[in-house]
Write a protein that binds this ligand. Structure first.
Ligand code: NDP
Length: 335
């Protein structure tokens, strides 16, 4: 059972030397236990925060232990009546090939139906990132048909869902993404009305000008994944009574400060800004997953994956995710 452990904490940018590949024995099953062979690891930006010691909304990842993370796989041995060999499951096994689940922990494994939804999608649009997009859009931005919704990191696991759900609700959806390829995908494949390549805009004036052109009626809802100049530019184009869902601020995950240039606009425009953590709203997951699962199964919700091969590739793939090298949901395929 090969595993990736966190062995040191980053100073500034995370590096491959913060991680170590460790060989462990595949455990023998006791009564009540289930053994899962993980097929996919989910790599997510929140893991960068867990690498730090400092207190955040969640506890730090301990050193010399398996790196935290969502997983999808198959039951390969079971001494538990609730699980049979061959069951497809999602869990939180972390960065390792096998997961042993005790009888009293069986709640951590969710059986999933892969008839119409591929297993990997349960880590993306029909999993945590999908619910994140759904929550921020429907519960915080709550857009009306005809309004304009903007989302940053638009080609990513969360952003791609936000824009498509906004379109389905009759909104104008505008994305921001890094590079012409990502922007073309956001418009041509995902069906957004426009996408701005923020890397083409070196200053606030230029970026806010691009937003003005893409959002002729101003911005009513903003789904924030990034922070920095993008946030400032959106603020300048935001309408009275607009809403911002603060989901992530990836441009500051290495400890860079994220100042906000014009907080007075919150007052002038009577804006609502609200942060959220998706795992604190478990009561809404069934409703969200129902909409997301149906939309993926019927081909209405599109998504894209970047898949690294083998457990040893996880650290580099994760570091790449933080730099935008991923295109869509970043996964590691183990089987
Ligand atoms: P993505 O698939 O969107 O991947 C991250 C993307 O962020 C990169 O591809 C890159 O896209 C963009 N990015 C990285 N650095 C920068 C930067 N300095 N400036 C601008 N863009 C940057 O990841 P997810 O969809 O999984 O996550 C998106 C956001 O949602 C993250 O901020 C994450 O922390 C947050 N999140 C929050 C949750 C919550 O409960 N609040 C739950 C899940 C996710 P590009 O090439 O376009 O720049």
């Amino acid at each position: 059972n090969r595993q990736i452990h966190l062995v040191s904490r980053p100073q500034g940018e995370a590096t491959a030397s913060n991680f170590k590949l460790v060989e462990a024995a595949v455990p023998e099953l006791k009564d009540g236990q289930v053994l899962v062979r993980n097929h996919f690891l989910s790599l997510d930006p929140y893991m960068r925060g867990r690498m730090n010691e400092s207190k955040s909304y969640a506890a730090a990842q301990p050193l010399d232990a398996v790196m935290i993370g969502g997983t999808a796989g198959e039951v390969v041995a079971s001494k538990n009546p609730h699980f049979a060999v061959g069951d497809k499951v999602v869990g939180m096994a972390g960065w390792q090939e096998y997961q042993l689940v005790d009888a009293d922990q069986r709640g951590v494994l969710q059986k999933v139906d892969t008839t119409h939804v591929p297993l990997s999608a349960y880590l993306g649009p029909v999993g945590m990132p999908g619910v994140t997009g759904w929550y921020g859009l429907t519960q915080i931005i709550a857009p009306k048909a005809g309004e304009t919704v903007v989302v940053s990191a638009a080609s990513g696991a969360v952003g791609s869902v936000v824009g498509q759900l906004a379109k389905a609700r009759g909104c104008r959806a505008v994305g921001l993404a890094g590079g012409a390829d990502k922007c073309a995908y956001v418009v041509d494949e995902l069906g957004f009305d426009a996408c701005i390549d923020y890397k083409e805009h070196k200053d606030l004036k230029s970026l806010s000008g691009a937003l003005k052109a893409a959002c002729p009626d101003g911005i009513d809802g903003y789904f924030e994944n990034v922070g920095g100049m993008i946030l400032d530019a959106v603020m300048l184009r935001s309408n009275a009574f607009s809403r911002m869902a603060f989901c992530g601020m990836i441009s500051g995950y290495n400890g860079e400060p994220i100042p906000m240039l014009n907080p007075s606009l919150i007052l002038v425009n009577r804006m609502k800004l609200e942060g959220f953590i998706v795992s604190e709203h478990m009561e809404l997951w069934p409703q969200a997953l129902k909409e997301l699962g149906t939309a993926v199964a019927t081909g209405k919700l599109k998504y894209r994956e970047t898949i690294a091969q083998g457990i040893a590739s996880a650290p580099e793939a994760f570091l790449g995710l933080l730099k935008g090298k991923n295109f869509g949901k970043q996964l590691v395929k183990l089987v």
